[in-house]
Design a protein around this ligand. Structure first.
Ligand code: ASP
Length: 439
């Protein structure tokens, strides 16, 4: 048995949190590879070290005095070191960082120091080996993550190491230039390490007891999902559920390694298990519901559209030429709608519409904005009759006007378009009908 454990920023924000993490790791010998984030917020008014680093580096880049900011960052780490009574000093590391900042080493280098320094402390605290991600997590010259090269290098490195700390969030190009993932990217590192280590499970420790059925900012105290498939989670996180970085699924999915989301502050809670496939029936008909605001529907009407070969291609090429990806494309006999992100579309709206006009000569071409998309996700929906019926009657009762419906062929999800203003009401209504009344 071999486990990879990743701890998020709030789990490592202070010496007290660090010692909870130490207890968790020491309680299980098989927790062999540890991926730490940078120290996060200690309370709601606090600032994450990563954000402090970005702000400090902005000063350095503008050739302003950044020493007071850097000193504050060092104090965060020193308070952890002192609180844990460790015999390690980061003085030399901070000397190097100061020089690198003064020489404009780059924003990514700057941000990566958050995880790097926390990793040094963690390795010292646990008595584990420290592995610098610069040596084992590889990006190509275009700053894209190179999954296969990384897997080969890291696998060989871990074979030689019984217990190690590998900081999250960054790696490097072959020439050693530091590259970071997007924000929250330590989740991805955890997954990469789990794949390379052939781990039995990837434990992702955070400050909630798992993935929730709905967003707690919309639904009060929502239920936790006990088992969810990668595919379901991908649908939910793409639509805004934010427990795990959405790219963190790919490496472990390749190797079929389950992810267990756990709570550092309540380690006894079972959390959520994310798996490839399962015979475990979901507790409710739906696994989860999530959504996002800010979509636009481009509606195209043309008589006999369905018999015109290549019509869809012509419409989509208007979006492609302008570098806009589409989200959904529900269609009728003489109508077709293309849903896109409002932010992405706004600046290029007129070019896209002109191109559609030129290529297809539609009867009607119009645009509806301020739409929200909601994904109702669940592997159990395929085998349950009337799920769609229940969703739509719940929405009708809540006086929500449904503007679009799209059901994927996998029957894993139903996508519903509503106006931005109805978004919260719609999510609450769907949650209530399936979870609270368990219909
Ligand atoms: N520290 C980085 C961030 O704040 C990465 C992470 O925490 O996963 O985004």
């Amino acid at each position: 048995m071999k486990k990879v454990v990743k701890f998020g920023g709030s789990s490592l924000a202070s010496a007290t949190q660090f010692s909870k993490v130490g207890d968790i790791i020491r309680a299980d010998e098989t927790r062999r590879y540890v991926v730490p984030s940078a120290p996060g917020k200690r309370n709601s008014k606090d600032t994450k070290v990563t954000d402090m680093l970005y702000a400090c580096y902005a000063k350095a880049e503008a050739d302003e005095d950044f020493t007071p900011q850097l000193k504050k960052i060092k104090e965060r780490y020193d308070s952890i070191i002192n609180g844990l009574h460790l015999n390690v000093s980061l003085d030399n590391e901070f000397k190097t960082i100061k020089e690198m900042f003064a020489n404009h080493a780059g924003k990514m280098y700057a941000a990566s120091r958050g995880e790097y320094l926390n990793g040094i402390i963690m390795a010292n605290y646990l008595g584990f080996e420290f592995i610098d991600p610069v040596e084992v997590i590889r990006f190509d010259d275009g700053e894209n993550f190179d999954a296969e090269t990384t897997n080969n290098i890291l696998r060989k490195r871990l074979e030689k190491t019984d217990k190690a700390v590998i900081p999250g969030f960054f790696g490097a190009k072959a020439d050693g230039t530091v590259v970071t993932f997007s924000r929250g990217g330590s989740d991805i590192t955890g997954s990469i390490v789990a794949r390379a280590a052939h781990a039995d499970v990837y434990e992702n420790w955070t400050d909630v007891s798992g993935v929730m059925v709905a967003d707690p900012r919309i639904v009060h105290n929502p239920a936790t999902i006990s088992v969810i498939t990668y595919k379901e989670l991908r649908e939910l996180s793409y639509m805004g559920a934010s427990v795990l970085h959405e790219d963190a699924i790919f490496p472990v999915r390749k190797a079929n390694i389950p992810i267990n989301i756990k709570n550092t502050n309540a380690p006894e809670d079972p959390g959520t298990l994310i798996v490839g496939s399962t015979c475990h029936q979901p507790e409710f008909t739906i696994t989860g519901v999530a959504g996002r605001k800010g979509f636009v529907a481009v509606n195209i009407d043309k008589d006999m559209m369905n018999s015109e070969v290549g019509f869809g291609r012509k419409v989509l090429s208007a979006f492609e030429e302008n570098g806009i990806s589409f989200e959904h494309m529900p269609s009728g006999i003489d109508t077709m709608t293309v849903m896109v992100h409002q932010e992405e579309f706004e600046g290029k709206e007129q070019q896209v519409l002109a191109a559609i006009q030129r290529y297809t000569h539609p009867d009607v071409l119009d645009v509806e904005s301020n739409l929200a998309l909601i994904a109702v996700v669940g592997r159990g929906m395929r085998s349950t009759r009337g799920t769609a019926g229940r969703i739509f009657s719940a929405l009708a009762h809540a006086k929500v006007n449904v503007r679009m419906i799209d059901q994927g062929s996998s029957e894993l999800n139903i996508i519903i378009g509503v106006s931005n203003d109805d978004f919260e009401t719609a999510i609450k209504a769907i949650y209530e009908i399936f979870v609270e009344t368990r219909l």
